[in-house]
Design a protein around this ligand. Structure first.
Ligand code: SF4
Length: 121
């Protein structure tokens, strides 16, 4: 399985490499900040060139482009319910051997605290 992150290079806040985020529980233990996943395209033939893939859409964007057509991923007042990471991984496990790639896009995936950890799994 291959994966890539689709996005433009731009300054973003520090991303912790690995599976811990920057918040802590009451005992000071780092707590994982899960990815905010707002949608998934279960099959895509265009998002990862030359491969059959799934596309994951993250919620949130630090830009406000005038031509944006993803208001439900960009404007908090239009946010819908999130999808649990476990549900995403369960889906990907079921499609193992059929899907060849996973594309993570948004919104803006690079503002997700656990993008590196999520992409490594
Ligand atoms: S999701 Fe919309 S606002 Fe954010 S970078 Fe893409 S086009 Fe611009």
């Amino acid at each position: 399985m291959y994966s890539r992150v689709v996005g433009y290079l731009r300054p973003v806040k520090t991303v912790e490499h690995g599976k811990t985020g920057r918040i802590q529980d009451a005992e000071g233990v780092p707590v994982l900040i899960p990815m905010k996943i707002a949608g998934i395209q279960r099959v895509s033939l265009i998002d990862y060139p030359g491969r059959i893939g799934a596309t994951i859409f993250t919620q949130g964007c630090n830009f406000r482009c005038g031509y944006c057509h993803n208001a439900e991923l960009v404007s908090p007042d239009q946010y819908g319910p999130l999808i649990e990471e476990d549900d995403i991984f369960a889906f990907l496990r079921k499609r193992a051997g059929k899907l060849e790639a996973v594309t993570v896009t948004g919104g803006e995936p690079t503002i997700q605290d656990d993008l590196a950890g999520f992409s490594a799994l």
